[in-house]
Design a protein. Structure first.
Length: 186
């Protein structure tokens, strides 16, 4: 016998032409998951909606945030959140963030080496081009799955690095509203 799904508090999913559905990313901040584990200023309700209770923001509460600057028109950078359920009752959510950085400079290489540390557990705060805000990897952390550098072959090719952050969570990524997202790096 299957598990009962309680729809009593769930409303219909409606389509609206007024909602922005533009793809792409605008802003990505990352931090070490261990720093978030030690603070009470970030919490989530049962619907996965987050609140930053600090009036001054997470950055001034001792969380070291790094903003990842990327070309938001590169046709590559994106965020996906895929939840898979199996017939045996198991399941997982796999969030993935892919970012492209131009020019394989020595400084960028060093920064990516710091992020791509074996055993690292990262959390990302993502703002999409559609105006949605996500906390990615909060429960178990993200890791740098790949750092890919390429010089390009032709003059029209990009000299770039691409970073892929991947996680393995139990639930889809948590969300924030714009006010709380703006407190993240305040």
């Amino acid at each position: 016998m299957g598990c009962t799904v309680d729809f009593s508090s769930t409303t219909d999913i409606a389509y609206s032409c007024d909602q922005l559905s533009t793809g792409g990313l605008k802003t990505v901040h990352i931090c070490d998951k261990g720093q978030l584990d030690g603070i009470a200023e970030l919490s989530f309700d049962t619907d996965g909606v987050g609140t930053v209770s600090s009036a001054t923001g997470l950055a001034t509460s001792g969380v070291d945030l790094v903003t990842l600057g990327f070309n938001n028109k590169d046709g590559f950078s994106n965020f996906t959140d895929v939840k898979t359920l199996n017939a045996d009752g198991s399941g997982s959510a796999v969030p993935t963030i892919q970012l492209e950085f131009i020019r394989m400079s020595p400084t960028l290489r060093t920064k990516l080496e710091t992020i791509a540390r074996p055993g690292a557990e990262l959390v990302a705060f993502v703002e999409t081009a559609a105006g949605t805000y996500h906390v990615v990897g909060y429960d178990f952390g993200l890791y740098a799955g790949t750092v890919d550098g390429a010089s390009g072959v032709a003059r029209t090719d990009k000299n770039r690095y691409q970073l892929t952050l991947v996680g393995d969570e139990n639930v889809l990524s948590y969300t924030l509203d714009e006010t709380n997202f703006n407190k993240v790096n305040a």
